[in-house]
Design a binder for this molecule. Structure first.
Ligand code: C2E
Ligand code: MG
Ligand code: MG
Ligand code: MG
Length: 290
């Protein structure tokens, strides 16, 4: 009857609430543990950088690498950035972590240059919080000065959403970085919220087609159309276009046939430790692989 039904609904509601509370508690505990873990990782140097080559599609040469952070957790082993960057961002720990990434990447690239491994570029992902920091410009300048690497070899990867959070301020910061000689690119292009009128004002050199549009090439006609459109748009705006997440030769062929400039992806190489890049640079200074 109705009374019994109402009683059951209330019980259910309460149980759900208890379940919800326990769940929240569990999440909060996990978050706290992760925060402490990240904090320890900073003080104990538990981060590493993996590097993924960027390859020119016409020549097959490695033109640069992207630095991607890895966390060697004492109990959990390797933790992927998607699992800790959001909390690092939320807690502000991304600022010291990001500075470590920037400095390490610049020093590594300068070491490769000094060892005669070629003048390749290095790109570093910048999070929103890090980009908004008052002294970002000073930190970048310091990393360049301390490493001795010329600004032209450094590329900062920004996302559309980061820029659109405060377009005017972002443009100002971007122009200041450009004036220092640092290159800027838009990561995960096509998934964010920037308008075309905003895009045309960005002082950038490169668009990175998001992996989501590359994954289903050559089967998905819509993704092929989008990839072609991004390539033409980029070129019309005087930008280089790079595709992320290239895993197959069919994707590579499609991109090359459509004048995409560069690619990154497992087809050529996964992100690897610095020593792996040295081996790749030795093997691919000539364009044979393509
Ligand atoms: P992202 O900058 O878009 O980097 C590309 C991601 O795609 C990397 O994942 C890379 O390992 C992966 N990837 C590359 N090629 C392929 C492929 O062919 N197939 C597939 N399935 N995946 C591919 P990763 O290293 O796990 O990084 C994930 C994201 O975490 C990055 O996306 C970036 O947004 C962020 N991240 C990584 N390192 C840093 C960092 O030092 N600072 C900040 N702020 N964010 C970082
Ligand atoms: Mg990136
Ligand atoms: Mg990307
Ligand atoms: Mg991406």
């Amino acid at each position: 009857n109705a009374d019994a039904a109402m009683y059951r609904a209330k019980e259910l509601g309460r149980n759900n609430y208890q379940f919800y509370a326990a769940e929240m508690n569990h999440k909060a505990q996990n978050k706290l543990a992760m925060f402490e873990g990240l904090h320890n990782a900073i003080t104990h140097g538990a981060f590493e950088l993996a590097y993924q080559p960027k390859v020119a599609l016409q020549t097959g040469q490695i033109i640069g690498v992207e630095a991607l952070i890895r966390w060697q957790h004492p109990e959990q082993g390797l933790v992927a950035p998607d699992q800790f960057i959001p909390l690092a961002e939320e807690s502000g720990l991304i600022v010291p972590i990001g500075e470590w990434v920037l400095r390490t990447a610049c020093m590594q690239n300068k070491a490769w240059q000094d060892a005669g491994m070629g003048a390749i570029g290095i790109s570093v992902n910048v999070s929103a919080r890090q980009f908004r920091e008052e002294d970002l410009l000073k930190r970048v300048a310091q990393a360049l000065e301390d490493s001795g690497m010329q600004a032209e070899y450094l590329e900062l990867e920004l996302t559309e959403s980061l820029i659109m959070q405060d377009l005017e301020k972002a443009l100002e910061t971007m122009r200041a970085l450009q004036a220092m000689g640092v290159q800027l690119s838009i990561d995960d292009f096509g998934t964010g919220y920037s308008s075309l009128s905003a895009l045309k004002s960005f002082p950038i050199v490169r668009l990175k087609i998001d992996r989501a549009f590359v994954r289903d090439i050559p089967h998905d006609e819509d993704d092929k159309a989008i990839a072609r459109a991004i390539i033409s748009l980029g070129h019309e705006l005087g930008l280089k276009v790079i595709a992320e997440g290239v895993e197959t030769v069919q994707q590579l062929d499609f991109l090359r046939a459509n004048q995409c400039d560069e690619m990154q992806g497992y087809y050529f190489s996964r992100p690897v430790p610095a020593s792996g890049i040295e081996a790749l640079l030795r093997a691919h200074s000539s364009p044979e692989w393509i």
